[in-house]
Design a protein around this ligand. Structure first.
Ligand SMILES: O=C(O)C(=O)C[C@@H](O)[C@H](O)[C@H](O)COP(=O)(O)O
Length: 367
């Protein structure tokens, strides 16, 4: 069994721990009790069809053994479940099962389940506790920081809240069942955390790409710990994205638009963000940063199996339009996170739409 790691998201009274390691799920009952999750009110586990097959029975039995009464809600796998219709259905299931203000929602799954379940927890009876149990690599990002949301057909994550979990339980064993495409997509956000904060970690990702792709638990444990540490450090300083937290959006200005235009399915979130990060690196070079930013960004993303070319059939004007509906379009301008050196980015609100259009076209010509 590899090393168990623990870190804390420092938010005063609302601080919470992240446990990372193999076999953490088996300790869920004990950790729930230790962190004040009530066993007197029903606990709802939200999961999706794919994840439930592999990991739900273990979580159910560990929690039952610890005296929790469980309601289980399974949603279809995929981004389509982040909708108001599914949200309403989960609220209904909670009410029918007698969930009250002391109940807790447990998100067992990837980013979709975490965002959806978290938003139900934020809204149910004006807010109840929730626990994140991420089962994908990508979810090291979404399970930390309290951004919870569902989508609107016109924009991603547009109906949401900030609602922090009570704890995050990251069992590395759950990652072993991930399809290869999901592994690469998840590594997109891992690389992002290096690109915004830690140049040495970018080099480490490059050197350890094969181990990561082979799901080596030691490499994964370290990478997720590093990614979560960057996230925790940023969120602790700016929980509500008044300023610094915006840097976590590297690649997302273009990435979210690609997901919306491609129809939430063609591109996985991590793939869209990979293309978006290459776009940000191109932008950086146009604005005077060293060419190395573009070459290294593209190289590392490819090393972990990610696309760097924008699919040609996606319409440039539709992409431009989608960017205007995102949260990153503010006060009449697009907000871009632009690298200034490896491991360092800045928030830029002066990029013209003409330049963005050029970058989108250039991304379609990527080799
Ligand atoms: O936690 C954050 O803050 C992030 O920006 C992390 C992003 O990787 C994440 O995808 C987030 O959901 C995007 O933020 P949004 O505010 O544009 O929905």
């Amino acid at each position: 069994m590899g090393e168990k790691r623990e870190l804390t998201v420092e938010l005063g009274e609302r601080s919470y721990p992240i446990y990372i390691g193999e076999g953490i799920l088996a300790e869920a009952g004990k950790l729930f009790a230790q962190h004040g999750i009530s066993a007197k009110s029903p606990v709802m586990i939200v999961s999706d069809e794919a994840v439930a097959k592999h990991h739900l029975p273990q979580l159910q039995s560990v929690l039952k053994e610890a005296g929790f009464s469980i309601v289980t809600a399974i949603v279809p796998s995929g981004e389509g479940s982040k909708s108001l219709a599914v949200f309403e259905d989960l609220v209904g299931q909670g009410l029918k099962a007698g969930m009250d203000r002391k109940s807790t929602i447990v998100a067992l799954g990837g980013g979709v389940v975490g965002d959806l379940a978290g938003y139900v927890a934020a809204a149910y009876m004006r807010g109840i506790k929730f626990v994140q149990v991420p089962t994908t690599i990508l979810a090291h990002d979404s399970s930390v920081g309290g951004k919870v949301a569902v989508n609107h057909p016109l924009a991603k994550n547009i109906i949401g809240a900030f609602h922090q979990p009570e704890l995050v339980l990251y069992d590395l064993n759950t990652l072993q069942t991930l399809p290869q495409r999901e592994v690469s997509a998840g590594l997109s956000e891992v690389v992002k955390h290096g690109l915004i904060w830690d140049a040495e970690f970018v080099t480490w990702c490059d050197e350890n790409a094969d181990r990561l792709l082979a799901l080596d638990p030691d490499a994964l444990g370290y990478a997720l710990y590093k990614g979560c540490s960057v996230k925790a450090a940023v969120v602790s300083q700016d929980e509500r994205e008044n300023d610094l937290r915006a840097i976590l959006n590297l690649g997302h200005t273009i990435g979210h638009a690609l997901e919306a235009v491609a129809g939430y399915g063609e591109l996985l979130h991590g793939e869209a963000i990979s293309i978006g990060m290459v776009g940000s690196a191109m932008l950086a070079v146009r604005l005077g940063a060293p060419e190395e930013i573009y070459t290294v960004t593209k190289h590392v993303l490819r090393r972990v199996g990610l696309p760097t070319k924008l699919p040609e059939h996606l319409d440039t004007e539709a992409i431009m339009d989608a960017m205007m509906h995102d949260k990153k379009f503010q006060e009449g301008t697009m907000v871009f996170i632009v690298p200034v050196a490896l491991g360092r980015v800045e928030i830029n609100k002066t990029v013209s739409s003409a330049l963005v259009r050029e970058i989108v076209e250039e991304l379609k010509r990527e080799e």
